[in-house]
Design a protein around this ligand. Sequence first.
Ligand SMILES: C[S@@+](CC[C@H](N)C(=O)[O-])C[C@H]1O[C@@H](n2cnc3c(N)ncnc32)[C@H](O)[C@@H]1O
Ligand SMILES: C[S@@+](CC[C@H](N)C(=O)[O-])C[C@H]1O[C@@H](n2cnc3c(N)ncnc32)[C@H](O)[C@@H]1O
Lengths: 124, 124
Amino acid sequence: RGVLVRDVMTSPAVTVSADANIKDVAKLIVTSGINHLPVVRNGILVGIVTSFDIAKAVAGGVEGSVEKVMTKNVVTAIPDEGIESAARKMEQHDISALPVITSGRKVIGIVTTEDISKLVGRRY
Amino acid sequence: RGVLVRDVMTSPAVTVSADANIKDVAKLIVTSGINHLPVVRNGILVGIVTSFDIAKAVAGGVEGSVEKVMTKNVVTAIPDEGIESAARKMEQHDISALPVITSGRKVIGIVTTEDISKLVGRRY
Ligand SMILES: C[S@@+](CC[C@H](N)C(=O)[O-])C[C@H]1O[C@@H](n2cnc3c(N)ncnc32)[C@H](O)[C@@H]1O
Ligand SMILES: C[S@@+](CC[C@H](N)C(=O)[O-])C[C@H]1O[C@@H](n2cnc3c(N)ncnc32)[C@H](O)[C@@H]1O
């Protein structure tokens, strides 16, 4: 079989609560070294916030709740999906991370263009 | 021959002047839709600034010149380099973009993990 999302994803994912504010999110990006944070409420995916969204907040002088800058309509992946499908989805939407979810929208990991690029470096 | 950096890089790269301030950089990230900006002085590479660095500025309450948050010691690529080598370099340094430069350190493009991931989506 080909390489699956479950083979390359980071699990568990670093997530952030929908109750967080923009500055909390910026601090978590820096301390974790991770640009893409699924936003959860009771463990269920409700959005995604990235360092791009922090730049959007700075550009527009926006402060306050993460919900003001997060993307609510999240493109996701499932563990048994092929990495080619995940790569195509990210290209189509011009994004670089997909939260990996269960059928109940619980976040169990995250897969990024960095994870897929690593395979190319190792001639998978 | 294998796939080269010149085959997948974005050229020209969107760059930012070393005279820019952090808010200008945030606005350029948003209007261009690009997270990674080589910093140049007279067309010569002097640093790189990404949306990660904007998050760092927000986390630390830093404002002013881009030089306060950019990374000065830049990992780069050359056009005739194989994409496997570029992918390995990005993995080793935990980064997702490499400015592509000439022998005189002029920026002629940029290659990212997004560019490499796209190849996987297309079963290159
Ligand atoms: C459209 S991309 C453009 C910049 C760049 N290509 C990147 O990947 O960050 C930036 C936006 O995509 C959103 N985004 C990132 N991952 C996403 C995902 N899995 N589903 C939906 N939106 C996502 C972010 O919230 C951000 O507003
Ligand atoms: C170490 S990465 C960690 C986060 C994540 N892995 C990413 O790629 O953005 C973030 C830092 O890398 C720096 N950086 C990005 N591309 C770089 C490059 N080509 N050379 C040197 N530093 C770079 C940025 O300035 C930023 O401070």
